[in-house]
Design a protein around this ligand. Structure first.
Ligand code: ATP
Ligand code: FE
Length: 371
């Protein structure tokens, strides 16, 4: 089995070829980090143009590196949601045209299932059922993964995702965003005192597994303006030593509390999950899972509960084509594939994208078992 995976849900254009046994034959990512630096966020129209420019090259490069022709593929897997519909369209259009011309089956993949299942590629000993914490730019999810395609959602974010809070805070602090706000903030936090500022941990009195990062984000923002730092004007490199130290302290304090919130919610989710299924592992994935503090603290938490922990390597935590190709492999093996598009399908007519798409059923027993 050879599956090509295509990912264009946000700002990265990515493709990869993965073999049925999990061997990664190629991986190509073209990112638009300069957009974040220039505009401070992802603008759908601009991202769409970036994808449109990159997609053909990224896909042919992935096939070339893998040494495989389109006709040698078993199927094409592509992210159909959730994400920006303008962006999703570019990848889906490419997948439809490839599968139409070469008469290949195709597989529509849930982006967050990709983030979760890639852990089964990097850790072959990972067995269902397991608990997954997904922390990324757009999501915070706690899922009990029972089988491929069978998830129970224990918690989600009520407002912002943690990655977004990292990115916004990094921007407020005047950090260089060209390699992502999260990694820049993580680096600066190493120079700071994480107890310098005392932000309260979100939702301590709410006994469920949901997340909230908007309040923390706002408190940090208010603190920054009260310190009279004007990071959107002053880049960190222009800050004097004292100013830099304050920013590092804010970064470290923000990170401490953000990760404490993850620990709190995970701690409860582990107990919920254990009451439902014999879980043995905690998977932590999504872009923010490349953060060392996040990995370290959740490792301790998992150990405390007698669980193994699996975090994919950082390049497979952030958006990539491998996770989509691998999720395609998992679905392919179960026969969950779509037939090739009709030969007369116009290239731009496929509309079944899922920009908003919930993964799994929401757990209804939360309140009953709340501590
Ligand atoms: P989603 O998967 O929810 O659709 P996305 O695909 O945009 O969102 P990912 O690529 O999975 O998100 O992750 C990107 C996010 O991860 C960004 O918000 C980025 O700042 C954050 N991130 C990446 N590395 C780190 C790090 N070392 N520390 C903290 N955050 C990080
Ligand atoms: Fe993602």
């Amino acid at each position: 089995v050879y599956i090509l995976g295509i990912e264009t849900s946000c700002d990265d254009t990515a493709a990869a070829v993965v073999r049925g046994d999990g061997k990664i034959l190629s991986e190509v990512v073209s990112s638009q980090a300069e957009m974040l630096t220039q505009y401070g966020g992802v603008f759908p129209k601009i991202a769409e143009e970036g994808h449109a420019k990159a997609i053909d090259k990224v896909v042919s490069e992935a096939l070339f590196q893998a040494g495989i022709k389109e006709s040698g593929l078993s199927a094409v897997a592509v992210t159909i949601g959730p994400g920006l519909s303008l962006c999703l369209r570019v990848g889906v259009r490419k997948a439809r045209s490839l599968t139409k011309i070469h008469r290949l089956p195709w597989i529509g993949v849930h982006h967050m299932e990709g983030h979760a299942l890639v852990a089964r590629l990097t850790d072959p000993q990972l067995e269902f059922p397991f608990l997954v914490l997904l922390v990324s730019g757009g999501h915070n999810l706690l899922l009990l993964a029972q089988k491929v395609g069978d998830y129970i959602q224990l918690g989600t974010t009520l407002d912002d995702a943690i990655g977004e809070a990292y990115d916004k805070t990094a921007r407020e602090l005047g950090l260089d965003l060209s390699k992502g706000g999260g990694p820049a903030l993580e680096r600066l936090a190493l120079e700071g005192d994480d107890k310098a500022f005392n932000f309260s941990v979100p939702m301590r009195s709410v006994q469920d597994c949901n997340f909230s990062f908007a309040g923390l984000k706002t408190r940090v923002k208010m603190l920054i303006s009260s310190q009279d730092i004007k990071p959107s004007i002053v880049h960190i490199d222009e800050a004097n030593a004292e100013d830099r130290q304050i920013r590092a302290d804010i970064a470290a304090s923000f990170q401490r509390v953000a990760v404490l919130h993850l620990e709190d919610r995970c701690d409860r989710a582990i107990e919920w999950a254990k009451s439902m299924a014999p879980i043995r592992s905690l998977v932590v994935s999504g872009g923010v899972a490349s953060n060392k503090v996040v990995r370290e603290r959740l490792r301790n938490l998992a150990e405390k509960h007698g669980l193994r922990i699996t975090c994919p390597p950082p390049r497979l935590c952030t958006d990539n084509g491998v996770m989509i190709a691998w999720t395609g492999v998992e679905h392919f093996k179960l026969g969950r594939i779509q037939p090739p598009p009709p030969l007369d399908e116009p290239d731009d007519c496929y509309l079944d994208l899922r920009p908003r798409w919930q993964l799994g059923e929401i757990y209804a027993g939360g309140l009953r078992t709340a501590r």
